[in-house]
Design a protein around this ligand. Structure first.
Ligand code: ATP
Ligand code: MG
Length: 760
């Protein structure tokens, strides 16, 4: 016990050992919030105040949950597998599995990831003859998810005009379709659990009295529904211990509400508000940079952060002419970091937008530096893996139409669009799933569809006694997927990924404690159910919180949930010492020895979308604060004069955030001022040629024509718009006009004989 507490400072110690009452730990980045939360769990258990079953801990990602369990196991001999530590989604999934009947779900309900959700919405619009230009599927998806995140069913949404009334109607149809298919989307996992607990008193009371301690990390990023969910779980007795940092609230675009922190303080009558002010992660210059930057935000709860670690190195700033050059520079710096004894996995390259990673990945690949991308395309989202998963989903739940449509004719088996339309009509007419509608189709279409049904049923029969990994193997072969990809020119990689799926299944059953021989399709036996189940006074069966997954679902169902909820790590690369690439959003909570933050350009970081919304730039600034505070010892920040993004060349102004960081803590690796324009052209291979491609001729002509003393690429200052870069020049002499990118003021077309421009 001494061990557990002796590495804490007085405020941390106070937080860890608070009595069982609502508490809020409000503290800046790297001050030990997550560490305090984990230590508190260990302390509560070790001092006998609560059993492991009485703890409910919510983390932001699955990865964070796993890390917390690893740390707990290191602190004390405890089996963390049965503990309720996970994300909101993971925990809700678990509750719904245990109480699927009360939640009005089939036992094998499946989780729709956002890709599946979108395709389902598209299908639904088509089936209902809705103009998808007027009602873009993506908008409908945001509408539905937004409503659910606020706890609203279709009938609860107020619609004031025809357009919105239609959206609400579509929301209703969508929910009915999900129910018919036995699928739930991410937001539904939460809403369903919330509704279940609100209306089912015995169940609610059971969990309220079990979870004596509820601990929530990254509390600033909870949305309204999650907050209400917590209130429901806590009841009047539950001690909610929330840790968070208002300066790191970066998910407003997904409905997160930082106002939950003050609401929590008020509604839970929090008497224990603890601030942690010492940062243990970063050296002084890095911390100063973060503190000075975030001080530009107006709406803050206010806290300080200092370190004893000394100034350390200054933050290194690099300006490049192109994104290619930026990537090259990252590689050079990485090589020297490694040469100095650094570890690749302790180096992170962060970017604001996923689209930035392609150039960096390409450069790393060419240089032979192993890297790992987080939150890019997930392993389980690759097309071939999705196909295999769809076969498995269908075997687990025959009524999942999304899965059915994905593979009914993949690999091709002569089932055309006409046959499918016929099938969909029949399904609609009888209000049944596509699978169930097959017998209604006659003729040639009926025969081919019938053969597909036989294939699925045959696979189910053949695998009924097999453990999960073997089942996956059989399905890969029986479905014809392997043969299909063998014929494809570039199919080798895909086959490799399919084989990875077998490994993933093997790893999964052993990690989750399913017996290696446990048949994949077999749900919990009545014996297992009888063991840990508790019956409340209303005859409701409640599983004990310690019940591990095998007691709640079949290996196949559990594996399919895992495939939908797993947060984007490519398991194939796990374990390798590799450079870490990710968006700033996915870097939340993590720390690295050295960090590169790339693309500090107006319009990219802060992102252009943020400038249209109120408070948008403040959110971007918080994002930058998160990025900076990931670094322990060394921080690099870069920006590039030109960048190819989404097929378009961008001419950039450096981000306003540079003006908000303390000059003394920064070290410019390249000249801070733009070089004179002619020097730009002294680099024949620079961004211009690389990226402009066919357009460069036109520009070359313009350069010759520009007899008025201005050149493309030149930096200028304008009294009203500030600093800008000339992007193009049209016409000549007195009629010459220039397109100038003024960063936050956007692109302007100015008459060069009239506009008052100064050279920089
Ligand atoms: P973030 O806001 O980024 O999530 P955090 O507040 O959760 O940060 P932690 O990740 O818990 O901070 O801690 C940051 C680092 O400081 C970790 O490496 C942690 O082990 C270390 N640390 C925390 N408290 C102490 C302490 N009292 N003594 C030594 N190291 C500490
Ligand atoms: Mg943390």
């Amino acid at each position: 016990m001494q061990n557990l507490l002796h590495n804490l400072n007085p405020e941390q110690l106070a937080a860890v050992t608070l009595p069982a009452q609502p508490a809020l730990i409000l503290a800046g980045a790297g001050s030990g919030k997550t560490r305090v939360l984990t230590t508190r769990i260990a302390w509560l258990i070790q001092t006998g105040q609560v059993s492991p079953a009485g703890i409910l801990a919510v983390t932001f990602t699955n990865k964070a949950a796993k890390e917390m369990m690893t740390r707990l196991s290191a602190m004390m001999p405890i089996n963390t597998r049965g503990m309720w530590i996970g994300t909101f989604h993971g925990l809700c999934n678990r509750l719904l599995r245990a109480h699927y009947r009360d939640a009005a779900l089939p036992q094998t309900f499946q989780i729709l990831d956002s890709q599946d959700q979108l395709s389902m919405i598209k299908r639904l619009l088509k089936a209902n003859n809705i103009d998808d230009e007027k009602y873009p599927p993506r908008n409908l998806m945001y509408f539905i998810n937004g409503a659910k995140d606020n706890g609203l069913r279709a009938q609860d949404v107020e619609a004031h005009d025809d357009y919105n009334r239609k959206m609400v109607e579509l929301y209703e149809i969508y929910d009915q379709q999900c129910q018919r298919e036995g699928v739930v989307d991410f937001a539904e996992l939460l809403l369903r659990t919330y509704e279940l607990l609100s209306r089912n008193q015995p169940l609610r009371e059971h969990y309220q009295s079990r979870f004596k301690h509820i601990l929530v990390d990254e509390f600033q990023d909870t949305n309204n529904l999650q907050y209400n969910w917590l209130k429901l779980m806590a009841g009047t007795q539950g001690a909610v211990f929330a840790v968070g940092d208002d300066d790191q609230s970066i998910y407003a675009f997904r409905g997160a509400n930082v106002g939950n922190m003050s609401a929590f303080e008020r509604e839970f009558k929090v008497e224990n508000l603890i601030k942690l002010e010492q940062n243990y992660r970063s050296h002084g210059h890095i911390l100063d940079t973060a503190n000075t930057l975030i001080a530009n935000n107006t709406k803050r709860l206010g806290k300080n952060l200092h370190t004893d670690a000394g100034h350390g190195e200054q933050v290194r700033i690099f300006e490049s002419t192109s994104d290619l050059q930026e990537a090259q520079w990252i590689i050079e710096e990485t090589k020297s970091l490694i040469a100095e004894g650094g570890t690749r996995s302790e180096i992170a390259v962060l970017y604001r937008s996923n689209a930035q990673s392609r150039v960096i990945e390409h450069a790393l690949f060419s240089a032979g530096i192993p890297y790992r991308v987080y939150g890019g395309q997930r392993f389980f989202e690759r097309a071939e893996v999705k196909h295999a998963i769809a076969y498995l989903q269908l075997m687990d739940n025959l009524h999942n139409d999304s899965a059915f449509l994905r593979v009914v004719n993949f690999p091709t088996r002569g089932i055309g669009a006409r046959s499918l339309e016929q099938l969909q009509d029949a399904a609609r007419q009888y209000g049944i799933s596509l699978y169930a509608a097959v017998p209604y189709i006659s003729g040639k279409a009926g025969t081919s569809l019938g053969a597909f049904v036989k294939l699925i049923e045959g696979a189910r029969f053949e695998t009924q006694h097999l453990p999960l990994p073997e089942m996956v193997q059989v399905v890969l072969d029986a479905s014809g997927l392997i043969t299909h990809y063998q014929k494809e020119k570039e199919g080798a990689d895909r086959i490799e990924n399919l084989e990875q799926l077998v490994s993933a299944a093997t790893l999964f059953v052993s990690e989750e404690g399913f017996g290696h021989d446990a048949p994949a399709l077999m749900g919990p036996t009545s014996k297992q159910m009888a063991g840990p189940a508790i019956t409340t006074q209303d005859g409701i069966e409640v599983l004990d919180a310690d019940a591990p997954l095998p007691a709640v679902m079949s290996p196949l169902s559990a594996f399919l949930s895992h495939a939908s909820l797993e947060a984007g790590d490519n398991q194939a690369q796990a374990g390798q010492d590799a450079l870490q690439l990710m968006t700033v959003h996915s870097a939340k909570g993590l720390e690295f020895d050295a960090v590169f933050i790339t693309g500090l350009e107006e319009g990219l970081f802060p992102h252009e979308n943020s400038q249209k919304e109120e408070g948008g730039v403040e959110e971007e600034r918080r994002l930058m604060y998160v990025a900076i505070t990931r670094a322990k010892r060394r921080l690099y920040i870069s920006f590039s004069q030109t960048r190819m993004l989404h097929g378009q060349m961008r001419y950039n102004m450096k981000s306003r955030f540079f003006d908000e960081m303390p000059e003394d803590s920064l070290k410019w690796l390249s000249p801070k001022v733009h070089p004179p324009a002619h020097q730009w052209y002294a680099h024949p291979k620079a961004a211009w040629e690389d990226a402009l491609g066919a357009g460069s001729n036109r520009i070359a002509q313009n350069i010759v024509k520009s007899d008025i003393g201005w050149r493309i690429g030149e930096s200028v200052a304008h009294a009203k718009f500030g600093e800008g870069v000339i992007v193009n020049i049209e016409g000549s002499g007195g009629s010459a006009r220039a397109h100038i990118n003024f960063g936050r003021h956007g692109m302007k077309l100015l008459d060069l004989s009239i506009a008052k421009l100064d050279k920089l």
